[in-house]
Design a protein around this ligand. Structure first.
Ligand code: CNA
Length: 257
């Protein structure tokens, strides 16, 4: 289970970190209160702040970091049952983890839907407008076209239901870079069997690790990059991970050339 904290080392601010988090830097988006950026009622009245954020994510073409590639290495080794992410930056896909291994619980920019007639569109259709600060509109009914990012109160994607099968099957749960504050995602941390070790690598102690710890919980507090690098070292995978990062970075360099 991962959250915005795994992408801060890529330069994408999270929500709740003091000073650097989006919630402390919302003046630039002109929002009445932070959560408004992902609220449907606010969006229907003023979609601009959300699209400003979308443009920022799109144009800066952020890259995966060592944490994403650690997860990719888990997949390459056949150890990754599934990656449940709250992130909407798409960096798990960019790191090379196949879509079949991913549950993007809060949606993605890969697809979009008209908020009025519900027509579906490929996600890429909105960027020509968004990059020139125009609100994307449905060619048929002129409704605003919203990327399929899950807003507060909206249903999670169907794939989220895979947790019913996945979590009881897991024999280790990694939880990286998340405040575990957003439900129903946060409760997945309690969906593994009680004999299953849960490893939290995060700056602060969060969720059930604080208020209902289990005897097999392991917590590594501090910077998530440091925590993951330490784990990789203990596993003896440091060189292999460096090779993977180099190979994938060269691929991205060729893509961006
Ligand atoms: P959050 O609530 O902002 O929490 C992030 C957590 O990560 C906090 O506990 C931080 O202390 C911790 N953290 C941040 N950076 C580091 C670091 N370098 N080392 C160690 N710990 C760190 O974010 P959540 O993901 O828990 O909240 C869920 C929201 C955030 C989801 O709905 C996301 O869509 C949304 N979000 C996503 C992105 C993204 O896609 N990259 C960015 C911002 C917000």
């Amino acid at each position: 289970m991962v959250g915005a904290g795994i992408s801060t080392p890529s330069g994408i601010p999270d929500f709740r970190s003091p000073r650097s988090g989006l919630y402390s830097n919302l003046q630039q988006y002109d929002l009445p209160y932070p959560e408004a950026i992902f609220e449907l009622t606010f969006f229907s009245h003023n979609p601009k702040p959300f699209f400003t954020l979308a443009k920022e994510l799109y144009l800066r073409s952020y890259r995966p970091n060592v944490i994403h590639y650690f997860l990719r290495l888990l997949h390459d080794k056949g150890l990754l049952l599934r990656l449940y992410t709250q992130n909407i930056d798409g960096l798990e896909r960019v790191s090379g983890i196949p879509a079949s291994k991913l549950v993007e619980a809060h949606g993605s920019f890969a697809s979009a839907t008209c908020t009025v007639c519900r027509r579906p569109f490929p996600g890429k259709d909105i960027w020509a407008d968004v990059t020139v600060d125009r609100i994307p509109r449905c060619p048929v009914c002129t409704g605003v076209v919203k990327p399929d990012i899950v807003f507060f109160g909206e249903a999670l994607p169907q794939r989220f239901l895979m947790h019913v099968v996945d979590f009881p099957m897991a024999d280790l749960l990694l939880i990286l870079g998340t405040s575990l504050e957003v439900e129903p995602f946060a409760s997945l941390s309690e969906a593994v069997q009680s004999s299953v070790p849960r490893l939290l690598i995060n700056r602060d102690l969060v969720g059930p690790f604080a208020w209902r710890p289990r005897s097999r919980d392991v917590v590594q507090l501090g910077d998530v990059v440091h925590g993951v690098e330490r784990l990789v070292e203990l596993l003896g995978w440091t060189e292999e991970l460096q090779d993977l990062i180099q190979q994938e970075t060269e691929k991205l360099n060729r893509r961006d050339r």
